[in-house]
Design a protein around this ligand. Structure first.
Ligand code: SAM
Length: 216
């Protein structure tokens, strides 16, 4: 990574992530190569690399960059992988994933956010991402199975359709718990059984849908 060309807040963020144990340099490079300012409302652009979640409209948020890095690292994405993201939001997480995976399928329930994300991803020339408007709590069966699934909205429990759409050895990373407070979990598929690991507290907006929460 050419450190000299990067903004100071981004360098500080990368240093904090390394110190916190995010050791996968591919993930850190993908994060640093994705101009977060393009995914934010204009008034927040100067603060793009501050480690905050910002409002992006429609009551939704772009996740903190440290959370994006952590979830991406936990998903262990390889260059040949097919990845599903549930909760496109701004498109930033999808853009980071697009630099690491073969194909990224990302789904969003709010059409205006999906349209905006599509434009941003196209502007960056990330042609391996497909954005679709649908209830992602049911996954996206047409493109399954997925080597990795990232749920970037909080689910009351891991939606069974997402487990079904996970490939052998596939990893699913999700915030699971209550509407306001969750725990980050990683589920790995081994045949018809699944192992679960827990990675501490998380705070995401709710997954709203058939296998998620009811609208507020
Ligand atoms: N990954 C996003 C990013 O990089 O900006 C941030 C995601 S934001 C925290 C959560 C998103 O999940 C919101 O845009 C919300 O509309 C979306 N969402 C909630 N329930 C959903 C569902 N059932 N299907 C698809 N998207 C959903």
């Amino acid at each position: 990574m050419r450190a000299a060309a990067l903004p100071v807040p981004l360098l500080q963020l990368l240093a904090r992530l390394r110190a916190a144990g995010v050791a996968d340099e591919r993930v850190l490079q993908a994060l640093a190569a994705t101009p977060r300012e393009l995914f934010l409302p204009q008034q927040f652009a100067p603060r793009a690399w501050e480690d905050f979640a910002f409002e992006i409209g429609f009551g939704q948020t772009i996740s903190q960059p440290s959370v994006v890095a952590r979830m991406t690292a936990l998903a262990q994405v390889r260059p040949s992988d097919r990845v599903l993201e549930v909760g496109t939001g701004s498109g930033f997480q999808a853009a980071v994933l697009a630099r690491l995976a073969r194909f990224v399928f990302t789904v969003e329930r709010i059409p205006a956010l999906a349209t905006q994300a599509r434009k941003r991803l196209a502007l960056l020339g990330l042609a391996n991402v497909t954005v679709q408007v649908m209830d992602g709590s049911l996954g996206w069966k047409a493109h399954a199975p997925y080597d990795a699934i990232l749920l970037t909205a909080a689910a009351p429990a891991v939606p069974p359709p997402l487990l079904e759409q996970l490939a052998e050895g596939g990893r699913l990373v999700a915030p699971v718990g209550e509407r306001r407070q969750q725990e980050l979990v990683r589920i790995t598929r081994h045949g018809e059984s699944f192992t679960e690991e827990r990675f501490g507290p998380a705070s995401f907006v709710p997954l709203v849908g058939k296998e998620g929460f009811a609208p507020a």
